[in-house]
Design a protein around this ligand. Structure first.
Ligand code: SF4
Length: 571
């Protein structure tokens, strides 16, 4: 059976136990149940009693395409409720092949223990090492330093300086094969890692996989079927995912008038053609050098949505620029240059910050006159302040809510204290339901209505609650297995594959309905946890300006009835 590793940061004891009651749960499913059972919802997020969970999905280590995402969870210092965030990279597959489902960091180092710790997992065992030379090192250099020390195939999960400074906008980085930074970005989980003085987890790949299957024949059959679906869809995948990643969405989002622009005051950006996916691909081709499309964040992924964006000399600026970066660090800041966006994106990543939270905070800072819309340098200056942990840097690094409160801006694009992802809810109302009702706050990965716009029109007032509900269940189910959300277009055509995968790994026989029910139970537990944390149903709403100020060019407000909103509540 898969193992859980417990690391007590106070005593430095490391213990192993079988997954036991958690054997059928991975990633978000595991985190919801574990926090419910073990972490007092009233505890302080950066205090002694919170626990940081690093967890694979059920399919981690199987090398099924796009199924090796890593989930991280804890009580969030940003929302004060439950949080799960997931990342690509190689670490989840590496952990699962050591037979590990989850690592739990518990307690805090003693007050006089100022060391910076790295947990090293290898065939020789698991040990905690002090590596103070890594203190406040940028995430990319941390990955490089650790791969130099432990081998270039080592799986790395690490914290950037923002997390070490316990800034609430910090995420946790998971290294991709070439050292690119992938992010469990949302909810301030990097701050929880920083509170425990854990800089990184290193996984030296297992010589032989210890992953166990309950029924390998059923699993292999389902895997073949799924991979054949991807092979059949490959001509489309090559023209879309592999070429543009998610940046292809930018043009459509802009046309629909739901693209966060100028601190969420407009829904379309006049310089959209300069920063859309088409321009990105054109520049990657023209500039050549290290620029590439069609890269993978983990071994075995056939969808390969990552790109490397180069400068004019062909040297990598950032890998990868995706839709959320174009919108939150581009149009939201009125930056009409992909070079500017890529430079800010790299810097935010290297600091270990969530690009969504930080982009929204920078937009609010510009609104307050602390930076200037359209001026890259003014935003880079603020990122340098974060790096130096100056008072102003700490304000921005703590996210959109604190930035707004300190600088006197009331209309903040957030719900439950967390910045909206790149979809203005006034023009994509299904996402407004998800942002308001989901336990995860302003997080599109909890249930993104963008892909369902042909079924429920983005501006319609009917059907948005039911749509969000369905998407939330689907995402909770998908994330239990560790699948990337970009695989859903294929998997949802044959949801019985989910039940075969789950049976093949852990022996649970389920109907498709029972599989979705498992997702519903995950979201229900999360909601209950939030209520006990003090994140009450009174917070199941959007900020008032969304209901009051029309968003150009559609000139719509968020106007769903309470009855419609309640249909999006998973309970
Ligand atoms: S589709 Fe993209 S994000 Fe998803 S696993 Fe593959 S490379 Fe990573």
């Amino acid at each position: 059976m898969a193992k859980i590793i417990r690391v007590n940061m106070e005593t430095k004891e490391i213990n192993q136990e079988e997954a036991g009651i958690y054997k059928s749960y991975g990633a978000r499913g595991f985190i919801a149940r574990f926090l419910t059972n073990e972490v007092d919802p009233t505890c302080e997020p950066l205090g002694l009693y919170n626990k940081l969970i690093i967890c694979t999905g059920l399919l981690g280590g199987t090398m099924i395409s796009s199924s090796g995402r890593l989930s991280v969870g804890a009580k969030s210092p940003l929302t004060n409720g439950i949080k799960e965030a997931s990342a690509g990279g190689t670490a989840a597959n590496d952990l699962a092949r050591h037979g590990i489902r989850a690592i739990i960091f518990e307690r805090l180092p003693a007050a006089d223990d100022k060391n910076t710790y790295v947990l090293v997992i290898s065939e020789e065992g698991i040990k905690l090492e002090a590596m103070n030379e890594l203190l406040h090192m940028g995430a990319r250099n941390t990955i490089t330093a650790l791969r130099q020390k432990f081998g270039d195939k080592a799986g790395i999960i690490c914290n950037g300086p923002a997390g070490e400074y316990m800034m609430r906008g910090a995420g946790i980085v998971c290294a991709a094969p070439r050292g690119e930074m992938r992010f469990a970005a949302r909810g301030g989980l990097g701050a929880v890692m920083g509170s425990k003085r854990v800089k990184a987890v290193v996984i030296i790949p297992a010589v032989v996989s210890r992953l166990e299957y309950f029924d390998k024949a059923v699993f292999t059959e389902a895997a073949k079927e799924y991979h054949q679906m991807l092979v059949d869809a490959m001509p489309t995948i090559k023209k879309t995912n592999q070429l543009y990643g998610t940046t292809g969405m930018f043009k459509i989002v802009n046309e629909l008038g739901l693209c966060p622009t100028r601190n969420f005051t407009l829904g379309a950006f006049d310089k959209h053609a300069e920063i859309g996916g088409e321009k990105l691909v054109e520049l990657i081709k023209v500039r050549g050098g290290e620029g590439k499309t069609g890269q993978s964040c983990m071994n075995g992924c056939m969808i390969k949505c990552l790109s490397v964006f180069p400068d004019e000399n062909g040297k990598e600026i950032c890998s990868t620029v995706q839709y959320e970066n174009l919108s939150l660090l581009g149009s939201n800041l009125c930056l009409g240059s992909l070079d500017s966006i890529a430079r800010l994106n790299y810097k935010v990543n290297d600091l270990g910050l969530d690009t969504i939270e930080t982009g929204a905070a920078l937009g609010v800072a510009a609104e307050a006159g602390i930076a200037e819309f359209g001026n890259e340098e003014s935003f880079m200056k603020l990122l340098n302040e974060i790096e130096a942990a100056t008072p102003i840097g700490r304000v921005i690094g703590n996210g959109v809510k604190i930035t707004g409160e300190v600088f006197g801006i009331n209309d903040l694009p957030m719900s439950k204290g967390q910045a909206f992802a790149g979809y203005d809810p006034r023009a994509l109302k299904g996402n407004g339901v998800t942002f308001a009702m989901s336990p995860m706050g302003g997080d599109h990965t909890a249930g993104n209505a963008y892909g369902a716009r042909a079924t429920v029109p983005p501006l319609a007032c009917e059907g948005q609650g039911a749509l969000s509900y369905k998407l939330q269940l689907q995402m909770a189910g998908l994330e239990n297995l560790g699948f990337c959300m970009f695989a859903r277009a294929y998997l949802f055509k044959k949801p019985e594959l989910f039940t075969k995968f789950a049976y093949g790994i852990c022996g649970d026989k389920m109907t498709v309905d029972e599989f979705w029910e498992q997702g519903r139970e995950t979201a229900r537990l999360e909601y209950e946890y939030n209520v006990k944390s003090g994140v009450s149903p009174a917070q199941d709403k959007l900020p008032e300006f969304m209901y009051r100020i029309p968003l150009p060019p559609n000139n719509t407000v968020f106007d769903l009835s309470n009855e419609e909103m309640q249909k999006g509540l998973v309970h």
